[in-house]
Design a binder for this molecule. Structure first.
Ligand code: PEP
Length: 249
């Protein structure tokens, strides 16, 4: 069974129109890669980024969406709006959204449902805090988040899971190879479509650790924050994904 390999960049709240030149630097690398390459810029750039990537192998995603299709939600962006602007994917439940905006698993599930209804692929993020890991509760916590954040009773749905230990995001720390392998295996066995669902690792993925992480059987790609802001580093991570065997686009 082959699974899609996905290298996804999350620009977070970084990037003005001057950053769009990034895509012409990455396009030749994406064209050569058997992996799917996705970049999630801030919502202000989604439309322009999608236009800049027309005719390339780069996909564009949002970083969050509202659970409603439209309505009185000042400042929010719906999944339909992202799709209309040219996005194919949307990140939901990133730990920064969970922490900064108090998003619960139920909120994340509603956003994932909205993404699917709009024809977007949701990238559903889960991950434990440092305290939860130190207490040895990481698998229990992440399994509970997964169960409560996934769309309910659905198989055959095109979605992506991202395991991102909170303590590894933006810190330069990464989970050990054994810990990542153990968590990804635990997640996979809890998925409705374990053989086909892509599970990404995220948390300080850099050119120098990408090959080891992507070499794990249950790691189908990476969600990359800081290193996705630098075209040279992001290109190196895309190239590291090419080393995975059994790649499919
Ligand atoms: C992220 O934003 O999802 C992330 C993993 O960030 P970083 O790669 O900077 O740790």
């Amino acid at each position: 069974m082959t699974r899609q390999t996905l290298i996804a960049g999350n620009w977070k709240m970084h990037g003005l129109t001057g950053a769009l030149g990034f895509f012409s630097e990455i396009a030749p690398v994406a064209a050569q890669s058997p992996a799917t390459v996705l970049v999630c810029p801030p919502s202000t750039l989604v439309h322009q980024a999608a236009r800049a990537c027309e005719g390339t192998a780069i996909r564009i995603g949002g970083q969050d969406c509202h659970a409603a299709r439209s309505g009185a939600h000042t400042g929010d962006v719906s999944a339909d709006m992202l799709r209309d602007a040219g996005a194919s994917h949307v990140i939901v439940g990133h730990s920064e959204r969970r922490a900064d905006h108090g998003e619960s698993d139920a909120d994340v599930r509603a956003k994932a449902d909205a993404a699917l209804a709009a024809g977007l692929v949701p990238v559903i993020c889960v991950g434990e805090t440092r305290a939860e890991r130190e207490a040895g509760r990481e698998v229990e916590v992440v399994a509970r988040q997964l169960a409560a954040s996934l769309p309910q009773n659905q198989t055959g749905v095109d979605l992506v899971i991202a395991y991102e230990p909170v303590w590894a995001i933006g810190t330069g720390l990464t989970a050990s190879i054994n810990d990542v392998a153990r968590m990804h295996a635990a997640l996979r066995e809890r998925l409705p479509d374990p053989l086909t669902t892509c599970i990404l690792y995220g948390g300080s993925v850099k050119p120098d650790n990408a090959s080891d992480l992507l070499g794990l059987a249950d790691v189908d790609g990476a969600l990359v924050g800081g290193a996705s802001l630098n075209a040279t580093d992001f290109a190196a991570i895309i190239k590291a994904a090419s080393l995975k065997s059994e790649l499919v686009r």
